[in-house]
Design a protein. Structure first.
Length: 606
């Protein structure tokens, strides 16, 4: 979604803005722009264009010593991808950038008589016009009055004519972070990666508070004018963690980071061979006496929840419902005060997941967020939070975040079992001992990268692909299919292997790739039978299994052997293989896997 950066301080702003926008590219966008105060003047200049940050770099002034400006990458919602629709938008005295959606922009056009006066098709220009109409020389008053009328989600970064060196910020729902350093000045951004080069300390702007940034500091006031003290957070990663470090893409770098990410998420939470969340401040009362679990998430995070469901339901014996956040919001929740609600989100900002959490909180106090980004909205609003420690995930396609989300679900499932005596303690201890071996197993899988890469060439020519498995393997198939389609644009579907013959097998014809996952002993032979059914219809079968060798070569065309590990944990190995396969298929097709078309890293609009 849209990326925001603003800077006012003691050095030239333009490079900070452009470099910041480059770091925000991963969020997904289709146009870019900056605005800045002209040197020693209250006048504001705007440069913007449809296209990439590199296109914007081509149209900015080479020498620009302005020390105050704002920059934006736009992910189109209202209006097409055009220069006019790109941000910043200027209406008389007001120049602004925006992330979010103004829901009542039609009413605002009427109320402020803007029909025929707007130059773009965006809701953002309407907001600029509203602030401008309320501006009588005092920026804060203009913002306050404007907010009385503007409805929706927004993070605004605003400059007012004749107020050089000042940037005003305000948000509702949409994320916005800021920081001040004595050496540089004041920064604002949609996320920390934009200014991580300068500091690892930041604060989240509280909703409906107005921030004023100058070279001397950041002042924040609520709408009543009361001063608000920002709560600074510190992350334990730096700019090098957010760079490619020699890898051609973030995605493959992040795939390789999984052994470390897994160990960072799991190891410190194991005490006396059992999962222990005391360092997270999570009290066992959260789990005591629960009757069921509801997992709420979107996309990959939801698929991680599906794996968790399979484990918790089948091994702990508690019913688990996995809800798509955007659906959950409009259904009648069956949650009670004995339901544990787990919301899963890498970014912690996905709007549907956030709104679903808010709804769940009206039914139960037992909310637990599994989140990667420290201080994100979901992390702050959930009663409890269990941070995954994957480090920043920049590639749009989630890889290491998925792995640690599944790991977190496994830890939570095991703790539920311990607290409620739902499983023998010795069994859980043995499971946890094996869980600690996963990073080594993933390392072995990563050694197969070159071999897996050779199969991607075959995948790249396909129009359709199918991922099949049973049980845990089926839950992983969904993630495998999503990964392939989002970065290679190949139509891919996941099917429970036994369900194919109830319709979908009609789509199997000569050469259609079927990626079959068969790691679960109790259904292994059944999956092999299902594979034979598609093989008999000409499918090109890639089989992932723990067999060292396949004795009957007619079962598949390609066999990828997985390192030996207990069945519940092979999902981690197989996931890495599917990620590598999708990555190289994308590369083979000349798609940039880090920035697939139409997609955004953090989906902050509904
Ligand atoms: C997966 O590769 C996608 N990037 C997407 O499905 C993502 O997992 C989903 O949008 C949820 O994001 P979140 O984890 O930040 O909430």
């Amino acid at each position: 979604m849209c990326g925001i950066i603003g800077f006012t301080g003691k050095r030239a702003a333009q490079d900070i803005l452009l470099d910041g926008l480059q770091r925000l590219e991963y969020r997904g966008y289709d146009s870019a722009g900056i605005a800045f105060f002209k040197e020693n003047s209250g006048h504001i200049s705007v440069r913007k264009t449809a296209g990439k940050v590199s296109d914007l770099r081509a149209i900015v002034d080479e020498e620009n010593i302005s020390t105050c400006g704002i920059g934006h990458t736009r992910w189109a919602t209202h209006g097409g991808v055009t220069n006019a629709n790109a941000h910043p938008h200027r209406v008389n005295n007001v120049t602004l950038i925006h992330n979010g959606i103004i829901e009542n922009y039609h009413q605002l056009i009427e109320k402020y008589k803007l029909m025929g006066k707007l130059r773009s098709e965006t809701d953002t220009e309407v907001a600029a016009a509203v602030f401008d109409a309320n501006f009588n020389g005092n920026p804060i008053e203009a913002i306050k009055k404007g907010l009385e009328d503007i409805k929706g989600s927004f993070a605004f970064c605003i400059m007012f004519k004749n107020h050089p060196g000042e940037i005003y910020i305000v948000r509702n729902v949409s994320p916005m972070v800021a920081t001040y350093t004595k050496e540089q000045g004041a920064f604002v951004a949609s996320d920390l990666t934009a200014f991580i080069e300068f500091t690892n300390k930041y604060f989240v702007l509280p909703e409906y508070c107005i921030g004023k940034l100058t070279k001397d500091g950041i002042e924040i006031h609520d709408l009543e004018g009361k001063e608000v003290e920002p709560e600074y957070l510190t992350v334990d990663w730096d700019v090098s963690t957010a760079e490619k470090n020699g890898y051609p893409h973030y995605m493959i770098k992040e795939i390789h980071e999984q052994p470390t990410a897994f160990a960072n998420t799991v190891n410190f939470r194991i005490k006396n061979n059992l999962p222990d969340f005391s360092d997270d401040g999570i009290d066992d009362s959260l789990f005591e006496g629960i009757t069921d679990v509801t997992v709420i998430a979107c996309g990959t995070a939801m698929y991680a929840g599906n794996v968790g469901r399979s484990l918790i339901q089948n091994h702990i014996g508690l019913p688990v419902n996995v809800a798509i956040a955007s659906e959950f919001r409009y259904e009648r929740p069956t949650i009670t005060d004995k339901t544990l609600v787990i919301v899963v989100s890498q970014s912690g900002e996905t709007i549907d997941t956030l709104e679903a959490l808010r709804l769940a909180k009206t039914k139960t106090d037992r909310t637990l967020a599994v989140v990667n980004v420290k201080g994100s909205t979901i992390a702050r609003e959930s009663k409890y939070v269990l941070y995954t420690h994957a480090g920043p995930e920049i590639a749009v396609a989630s890889t290491k975040a998925y792995t640690v989300q599944v790991a977190a679900m496994y830890l939570i499932g095991a703790r539920i079992g311990v607290v409620n005596n739902l499983c023998e303690k010795s069994k859980i201890e043995s499971f946890i001992a094996d869980l600690k071996k996963v990073p080594d197993a993933i390392k072995k899988v990563l050694e197969m990268e070159d071999i897996i890469r050779t199969y991607a060439a075959r995948m790249a020519n396909a129009h359709d692909a199918f991922f099949i498995g049973r049980g845990l393997d089926y839950t992983l198939s969904m993630e495998g299919a999503l990964k392939l389609k989002e970065i290679s644009y190949i139509h891919a579907e996941a099917y429970a292997a036994g369900e194919l013959k109830h319709g979908t097998i009609a789509l199997i014809s000569e050469g259609v790739p079927v990626i079959a996952i068969a790691t679960q002993e109790h259904v292994y032979q059944k999956v092999i039978s299902n594979i034979r059914e598609v093989k008999a219809r000409g499918a090109f079968v890639v089989l992932l299994s723990k067999d060292e060798k396949i004795t009957d070569p007619s079962v598949c065309d390609v066999h990828i052997p997985l390192p030996a590990i207990r069945d519940e944990l092979s999902v981690f190995e197989a996931a890495v293989i599917l990620q590598i396969l999708a990555y190289y298929t994308s590369v083979e097709k000349d798609v940039n896997p880090d920035q697939p078309r139409n997609l955004a890293k953090s989906v902050t609009v509904e």
